[in-house]
Design a protein around this ligand. Structure first.
Ligand code: 5GP
Length: 193
């Protein structure tokens, strides 16, 4: 997606060799025009998947998630992140290790929002090791619903997330793929595998 590539090149800041900061359009200030295009592009790519709901994770997944849900005309749910939880029967819970914060969170979704048989599209801002997306997929499966696909705004292709998710049988679509952040420079990966 050219618009997104240009934004990443113009406004992305490389923190260490592995983390990209995009707080001017995705992670703090958000660009609604760009998010609208993101929603359109995911809708085009997952056309025919009979999606009934979009699932993302707070907080940076919410903007791309809601714009995708708007295009698809389905509801969006965001999983909440919590440090630790007392056992509750009304929620689905999964443990997710956060790549950026280097800590484990429990992510939760109320049981009433995902029904057996639903086809859920997972959307997130970044893909690194695949922990967040995998945790969301496990929640969908706990509910007896199906993962229709995983839509990622920015994939870091030098980390194993895509491979892990594909090996588990999920379809992954990323709008841009970063091949390297070495020497403070963003280099894009070729499209494809
Ligand atoms: P994963 O769970 O795939 O290891 O990492 C993805 C999650 O970590 C995303 O939800 C995102 O919030 C965060 N993340 C991973 N890498 C980056 C990065 O380079 N930049 C930013 N801003 N967030 C990242």
């Amino acid at each position: 997606m050219e618009l997104l590539k240009n934004k990443v090149l113009q406004e992305g800041k490389v923190l260490s060799g592995k983390v990209l900061k995009v707080d001017s359009f995705l992670n703090h200030q958000m660009d609604p025009v760009l998010m609208k295009e993101v929603g359109r592009e995911f809708t085009r790519r997952f056309d025919g998947e009979r999606i009934t709901k979009v699932l993302t994770i707070e907080s940076s997944g919410i903007a791309p998630g809601i714009m995708t849900a708007l295009e698809l005309n389905v509801p969006m749910i965001f999983a909440r992140k919590q440090k630790s939880l007392t056992l509750r029967e009304d929620i689905f819970v999964e443990k997710v290790f956060s790549f950026t914060k280097q800590e484990t969170n429990e992510i939760t979704v109320s049981r009433k929002f995902i029904q057996p048989g639903e086809r859920v599209l997972i959307v997130d801002d970044f893909l690194a090791n695949g922990e967040a997306a995998f945790g969301l997929a496990r929640i969908v499966e706990q509910a007896g619903a199906e993962v229709a696909g995983i839509g990622i705004v920015i994939e870091k292709a030098f980390q194993p997330g895509r491979r892990v998710l594909k090996e588990a049988g999920y379809r992954v679509e990323s709008l841009v793929r970063i091949g390297s952040l070495e020497d403070g420079q963003v280099t894009f990966a070729e499209d494809g595998e």
